[in-house]
Design a protein around this ligand. Structure first.
Ligand code: 4AD
Ligand code: MG
Length: 434
């Protein structure tokens, strides 16, 4: 069956497929990424979602007048003959016989010296830049691979609400919003509602926006980010660690395969991502000892900052779990290690060059203890009564889960300088436009 996607009038060869038509005349469609005129020839680089190709229009061709008129970022059909040219970026060029302009573009506002700030102001246009296209394709592949992995493991997708009566993740800053006459919060995590779903679903996952009113202007913080979260009933801490490693490796392997060309063009090594080594594991206590040895001024109970995290993982060059964090540092819902009450069954995954990309834990099912910790964190346990009912009072089971920041993972795959580069419309403390 031919699935009707593009209208018949607009059918054309995808740029990634032109090598199959060497010597033949084909029709391409796309946008003019670059225009250059040189010695009676007009060079138009055409872009579609699959790639770029250089086209050449000779001043003897009947298409020359149209080539003169066409502007950067206009959309067009270009008909021409495919010729092999090892000097051309994709190995092929197109000798143009006909051009049909579909949408003539106004003067393109981006030049070589356009400032980074202005590029962010016109993100709706600057995202057409090649590097952004490559990064957003890797992003799309990352999401696709995640869904494939989770459904393959038999997980069901569950959606939690975005308006919540409770902050959700103690320690993180929340956005308060007016909810008619009341005050609500924008969700920081899908987790608490997810836990209440386990008695009917057992294995669930999501990927959805989480909101953090954190003012940190770092390369790894957004105020709205895409949060991949997984929750599993009947699962204790060791299996949680194994599951996270499996999922990250599955996604990495898929992305390496689906985006081999994109990763190479971004200067990344798809071979590394296709076969990640076994992840390292380090207890928080040992991490502190190691940091001390390496000259850091830290002690048990201190939060690890980006610098410390990056230092630990850079030494190993391999993703690394830091486990058994101090109870006082971590969220109220984490299970306390019965053998050492000063730590919880929590683990953060560190990625080389990034630092924390996953936060995870086995959950406490002891609501009295959770209540105590909520009070200590300055929260009102009353608004969590529904949560105590769902995970503790009515048929509790051991369960665990995690949250993965998708932008941090995509940043790692692509080698981007910032999470802002791997999301189409980044939201930060100083920007929510365009
Ligand atoms: O460590 P966090 O705060 O954990 C939770 O929210 C848990 N409730 C998740 C769970 O167990 N279901 O956040 C999880 C991950 C972080 O490791 C980080 O990758 C990402 O979310 N993250 C951010 N990404 C971009 N910008 C921010 N401001 C982020 N805050 C957290
Ligand atoms: Mg965390």
């Amino acid at each position: 069956m031919i699935v009707p996607i593009f209208s018949r009038t607009y059918l054309a060869t995808a740029i990634s497929e032109i090598s199959k038509s060497e010597g033949k005349t084909i029709k391409l469609r796309g946008w003019i990424a670059k225009k250059r005129t040189l010695k009676g020839k007009i060079f138009l680089v055409l872009r579609d979602s699959t790639g770029l190709v250089q086209t050449i229009t000779d001043d003897k061709s009947k298409a020359y007048k149209t080539a003169e008129k066409i502007t950067t970022e206009s959309s067009a059909f270009i008909r021409g003959k495919v010729v092999k040219d090892p000097r051309a970026p994709g190995g092929y060029e197109v000798k143009v016989s006909d051009i049909h302009i579909v949408g003539l573009a106004e003067t393109w506002p981006i030049a070589r010296d356009t400032s980074a700030e202005f590029l962010r102001d016109i993100r709706h246009l600057s995202l057409r830049q090649r590097k952004t296209q490559l990064m957003l394709k890797v992003r799309a592949a990352t999401f696709a691979a995640y869904h494939e992995c989770m459904t393959g493991l038999g997980y069901m997708e569950h959606q939690s609400p975005s308006f919540t009566p409770t902050p959700g993740e103690s320690g993180a800053e929340t956005f308060e919003v007016k909810y008619f006459k009341d005050k609500a919060y924008l969700t920081q995590t899908w987790q608490l509602y997810a836990e209440s779903m386990l008695p009917i679903m057992e294995k669930i996952y999501t990927v959805a926006p989480s909101f953090r009113a954190d003012k940190s202007m770092t390369s790894r913080h957004l105020t709205e980010y895409w949060h991949a979260e997984v929750e599993t009933a009947w699962q204790e801490f060791p299996e949680l660690l194994g599951l996270m490693e499996y999922i990250v490796k599955f996604i990495s392997e898929k992305v390496a395969k689906m985006c081999k060309k994109e990763l190479i063009e971004l200067g990344q090594d798809p071979k590394y991502f296709a076969k990640l080594p076994k992840f390292k594991r380090l207890k928080y206590r040992d991490a502190i000892a190691e940091l001390k040895k390496d000259g850091f001024k830290v002690k048990f109970g201190d939060d690890l900052g980006t610098v410390e995290e990056k230092h630990l993982v850079a030494k190993r060059k391999i993703p690394m779990f830091i486990t058994h964090y101090p109870t006082k540092l971590k969220a109220f819902y984490m299970k306390i290690d019965p053998k050492d009450k000063s730590v919880v069954f929590a683990s953060d995954l560190m990625l080389p060059g990034i630092g924390e990309a996953i936060g995870s834990a086995e959950r406490s099912t002891d609501f009295k203890d959770v209540k105590k910790r909520l009070l200590a964190a300055g929260e009102d346990p009353k608004v969590y009564e529904w949560y105590f009912d769902a995970v503790s009072k009515y048929g509790s089971v051991p369960h665990s889960g995690f949250g993965l920041g998708m932008e941090r993972l995509v940043m790692w795959f692509t080698g981007a300088d910032s999470v802002k580069d791997v999301i189409a419309y980044p939201r930060t403390p100083t920007r929510f436009t365009p």
